[in-house]
Design a protein around this ligand. Sequence first.
Ligand SMILES: [Cu+2]
Length: 186
Amino acid sequence: MISASAVAAALLAVVPVIGAGSGHDAVTVTDTFRTRSGAAAVTYAPDAVPGGARVRVTERPAPGGGTRFALRLEGLPAGRTFGAHVHRQACGPKPEDAGPHYQNVKDPVQPSVDPAYANPRNEVWLDLTTGARGTARAQATVAWRVRPGEARSLVLHEHATDTRAGHAGTAGARLACVTVPFGTAR
Ligand SMILES: [Cu+2]
């Protein structure tokens, strides 16, 4: 017969192994852009991001405390470049509802256009360009995890993300938005 203390010791020995192996959970949102808010994915500029275009956003914890993000788009105009970032608020009826960019270390000056804070190591940038068939993918890996509840959307912008001082992180108008519960995979 196995004693209770032996079972407890065995469980204690196993728990860290389970913990180390639990980093495979991912946050994934797959949806179709619509012209009305209320869906997870909304387009504010149907000429650039048509209703019916498809999007998938994935956030996956990476070894060592980092995070890997992936963005995939289908059904867009061919040969078009978009800026794409993780923003702080959920999508709403207006493009600005998504709020500012999520930053691992918050810039004390807002809006943040200082390259020391507005850069792809401190924010999540997923800029991409569609191919001849109107599909595109991007990936980005950062060295940190998102604080749960502080990053709730991915926004597509009208051009590639600027990196110059005074403009860093800007990418023109907000064309479309996907609500994603970042930071909830553990
Ligand atoms: Cu943005």
